[in-house]
Ligand binder design. Structure first.
Ligand SMILES: Cc1cc2nc3c(=O)[nH]c(=O)nc-3n(C[C@H](O)[C@H](O)[C@H](O)COP(=O)(O)OP(=O)(O)OC[C@H]3O[C@@H](n4cnc5c(N)ncnc54)[C@H](O)[C@@H]3O)c2cc1C
Length: 435
């Protein structure tokens, strides 16, 4: 039997440990193939692009994945499906103005609806929970939170329900928080079951989803692209790169704009009645700090707890230690509960914190850098990439202003880590001032 000490980064997720069956798709890529579109990377960006193409009548599609669908961030995340981008809503408004920002934000709200619709349409069993997402205020500044909700309504048309302190306790019973905001359109789910359900549907519909088929090289000839794996090759008219934070070498001119950032999750042992004491409603919760905690109940009375960001990987034992401290700060009654699984994953960020969506001068399409807001935005990216591939680039053109700017390599990583420490220190200082 494996013990906690045998674990290595990134750690086995609870989703993997409880998966109904091991993934089996189209097998490894072997020999010569020919498709209209090849998608590299079976995270939710790649799988959504394939699905959006299929739903629009495209048939000849292949997805090539180094491991299995969802092995990257898309199958090991917190499972929050909510609106918005990694770039803060206020910054989006500042950059684009009210009309365009509310249009782009509205697309992410539609994408939350599309994730839900596809779960129903394709009958995907992924423990979807419609209780919604709650933003809990760490700093006890009710007035500021209320102003934020009002501003989101006025600028983006984004409805958030104010939960005064006593009402928040009926959702999240922690002495740590002040008031909260409920985002009722959002939901939470098991992201691995979700992506593997979508990928299975693709396979049943004739899309080739090749697992354990890392792409080593992409070559452009006069007539077509040739995508090279270890044992096979695919010739295609169009290629889409959706490798998240898990590859920085295949197309350096785009991927050099990526900063892989780690975040961590742990899952408790079953808590029995304690779970409804701390979470009287089964909502997913995050807080108002820069480096926030995020947590949600799982179907068998466990609590999934996530948090922390860093440019470094961490051993699961150290993730357990760090997250146990964070958990106890919010729910003192849960002090000492065991984390049965702990793991991490890489998000990918661009310096401007917006997704990288577009096309290289030689015609290679890309959809990357969804940061910590990936479930709705990758679904949206799939729609926009499919539209563009089929001759309607209007929506993806709106993302042209966020170009793949070099993230600074190793020096950029050090700068990101320093900025995080600085912002965490600011959180700490604000917290001390508020108390
Ligand atoms: C721990 C954690 C918690 C998070 N929580 C949330 C959350 O609650 N809600 C939310 O909205 N977002 C969350 N996120 C962010 C979200 O998961 C990501 O933004 C999103 O999944 C990115 O999807 P992707 O398809 O771009 O990348 P990924 O899911 O990382 O997929 C990239 C895929 O490409 C494959 N690949 C890489 N290189 C190659 C190659 N050369 N050949 C073939 N395949 C290759 C990889 O194996 C991988 O499967 C979280 C992320 C992490 C890590």
């Amino acid at each position: 039997m494996m013990t906690h000490e045998d674990e290595r980064w990134p750690g086995r997720s609870w989703y993997e440990a409880t998966a109904a069956k091991p993934w089996a798709g189209s097998g490894e890529l072997v020999g010569e193939h020919c498709h209209d579109v090849v998608i590299i990377g079976a995270g939710l960006a790649g799988i959504s692009t394939a699905l959006s193409l299929l739903e629009r009548g495209a048939k000849s599609i292949a997805v090539l994945e180094s491991s299995v669908p969802g092995a990257g961030a898309s199958g090991r995340n917190g499972g929050f499906v909510f609106a918005g981008y990694s770039l803060a809503n206020d910054a989006l408004v500042k950059q684009l103005g009210v009309a365009q920002a509310s249009r782009l934000h509205g697309w992410t709200r539609d994408a939350v609806g599309l994730v839900r619709k596809r779960i129903e349409r394709y009958g995907i069993a992924c423990q979807a929970n419609d209780a919604g997402v709650v933003l809990a205020d760490w700093f006890g500044d009710d007035e500021r939170l209320e102003q934020f909700a009002r501003r989101m309504q006025q600028t983006l048309g984004f409805d958030l329900i104010m939960l005064p302190r006593q009402d928040l306790r009926q959702f999240v019973n922690s002495p740590r928080y002040g008031a909260g905001l409920h985002e009722p359109g959002s939901f939470h789910f098991n992201p691995l079951a979700h992506i593997q359900g979508l990928a299975s549907y693709l396979c049943e519909s004739g899309v080739a989803v090749h697992e354990h088929s890392p792409v080593h090289r992409i070559e452009r000839s006069a007539q077509a692209w040739i995508v090279h794996g270890a044992e096979g090759r695919v010739r295609a008219s169009e290629v889409v790169l959706t490798t998240g934070g898990y590859d920085l070498k295949l197309r350096p001119e785009v991927q050099r704009a990526l900063q892989p950032i780690a975040t961590y999750i742990a899952v408790t042992e079953p808590l029995g009645d304690l779970i409804s004491e701390v979470l009287p409603q089964p909502v997913a919760v995050y807080d108002t700090r820069f480096a926030f905690d995020y947590f949600r109940p799982l179907p068998d009375s466990r609590l999934l707890w996530g948090g922390r960001i860093s440019v470094a990987d961490r051993h699961p034992a150290s993730i357990r230690r760090l997250l146990a401290r964070d958990l106890e700060r919010v729910f003192p009654t849960l002090a000492g509960v065991d984390f049965e699984q702990a793991w991490g994953g890489w998000m990918s960020y661009a310096r401007h914190e917006m997704p990288l969506l577009g096309r290289c001068p030689d015609g290679l399409w890309y959809g990357l850098a969804f940061g910590g807001h990936g479930m709705a935005t990758t679904t949206l990216a799939g729609e926009m990439l499919a539209e563009a591939l089929l001759g309607r680039p209007e929506r993806i053109e709106c993302f042209r202003r966020w170009q793949p700017v070099w993230a600074g390599g190793l020096a950029g990583r050090a700068a990101v880590q320093s900025r995080y420490w600085w912002l965490q220190a600011l959180d700490h200082w604000r917290d001390r001032r508020a108390r």
